[in-house]
Design a protein around this ligand. Structure first.
Ligand code: ZN
Length: 282
């Protein structure tokens, strides 16, 4: 794994930080029709390796200082993940320099790196910025009113957010900070958020988990997987976001797109393609 590459886009720069990779499987596609179609798409894309997803966070270099979009898995998953801290160190940015961490949503592969194995904060000076809808769902909803899948992960949320309890900033739609704005993109979680980053040119849209497995979701966006708390809403969001990205020429920064995870979405006949920014992009 080479040193993280920084991409200059308009008047900002952004460094994808590869935390590692994780495997999906076809048994995560609950609907039999979807699963049969998914099996064909995966076979056509080269077999099981097409089900392996990269896992990225993104370091943004803003005039106000460095900020992160998501925080990797930390020690909450398996040994092929958790490399965000090493990648960050390679950029020369220190954990104590990070002033804000914008979360796309509150799942362990996005917040796990907030804390170490002992549950201590890895980012001593950072605020956590979340869409108010996402914060309300995870922090204000009674566990018995949550879907079982969400309830089952609450202990991890407590572990990750505990040391940050007094520095979680909830923002409304469009809020965030100068040049970084929350855009609700619900379904995967109720307050799943795309962060829209102004560049002076095409915006960068950090869309979190709008797409999990590219070989499935770019070709057949209606493929639902068990990860989405509200599958119908997640599908509608995915279709709308893909169309928006393809039509607008915005640059996507996708948590689970293939490394470097940043590039363009293009429409080709009946499907979408992810075209990564070239390594020599200036
Ligand atoms: Zn994810």
């Amino acid at each position: 794994m080479g040193q993280p590459r920084t991409f200059r886009i308009g008047n900002i720069s952004i460094t994808p930080l590869l935390d590692g990779d994780l495997d999906a499987s076809l048994d995560k596609v609950p609907d039999p029709t979807d699963r049969a179609a998914a099996a064909e798409l995966i076979a056509a894309a080269g077999g099981d390796k097409a089900l392996t997803m990269d896992c990225h966070a993104f370091l943004l270099h803003l005039p106000e200082g460095p900020v992160l979009i998501d925080a990797g898995t930390g020690v909450m998953m398996h040994e092929r993940l958790g490399h965000l801290h090493a990648r960050l160190a390679e950029t020369g940015v220190r954990h104590e320099d990070i002033r804000s961490i914008f979360l796309t949503h509150a799942h362990k592969d996005h917040f796990g790196g907030l804390v170490d194995a002992q549950g201590r904060a890895m980012f001593p000076h950072a605020e956590i910025v979340m869409h108010e809808v996402e914060a309300q769902f995870w922090f204000d909803t009674k566990p018995e009113d949550m879907p079982e899948r969400a309830r089952a992960s609450l202990h991890l949320n407590e572990k990750a957010f505990g040391p940050y309890r007094d520095r979680i900033r909830r923002v409304p739609e469009g809020g965030g900070m100068k040049g970084v704005a929350a855009r609700l993109s619900p379904g995967h979680t109720p307050g799943h958020t795309a962060w829209v980053i102004e560049t002076g040119e095409a915006p960068v849209v950090a869309w979190g988990d709008v797409v999990h497995v590219a070989a499935l979701h770019l070709v057949r966006p209606e493929t639902t997987m068990v990860y989405d708390l509200d599958p119908a809403t997640a599908t509608a969001t995915r279709k709308a976001m893909l169309q928006w990205m393809a039509d607008s020429g915005a640059i996507v920064a996708g948590a689970h797109l293939a490394s470097p995870g940043i590039g363009h979405i293009q429409r080709s006949d009946d499907r979408y393609l992810f075209e990564p920014l070239p390594q020599d992009h200036q």
